[in-house]
Design a protein around this ligand. Structure first.
Ligand code: FES
Length: 114
């Protein structure tokens, strides 16, 4: 679910797992400090793709504070759990989401004086 790029996204972030080289790009549409919609492009293992997709579902409709507070464990749980050897794959989603929201906040501050 929610695979694909998003045109006109309010925020995005690209994260690369330095160990395996897998990558995730997240796109967010943000309205009233809430995630209105989210999509992703993940090049990686099934666990990374599954948790990326689950993460976009979990954060949609949540406030930015709630979205940032979700953890990789929440995303792993959302796909029914991951074996220990694949737990690191859910880090892509949690890192990308936090980074995209940070990017958005920075953009707001920079544009705040306008
Ligand atoms: Fe790289 Fe899963 S093996 S994210």
């Amino acid at each position: 679910r929610n695979a694909g790029a998003m045109e006109g996204a309010d925020a995005d972030a690209l994260v690369i797992n330095p160990v395996c080289g897998d990558s995730m790009r997240i796109f967010l549409r943000i309205q009233d400090e809430r995630v209105a919609s989210a999509s992703f492009l993940t090049s990686g293992c099934p666990a990374a793709i599954g948790t990326s997709s689950a993460a976009t579902e979990l954060i949609t409709g949540r406030t930015l504070v709630e979205a940032v507070s979700l953890t990789r464990e929440d995303y792993a749980e959302a796909v029914g759990g991951l074996p220990n050897s694949k737990l690191h794959c859910s880090v892509l989603a949690s890192t990308a989401i936090r980074q995209a929201i940070e990017n958005w906040k920075r953009k707001q501050l920079e544009g705040g004086a306008a």
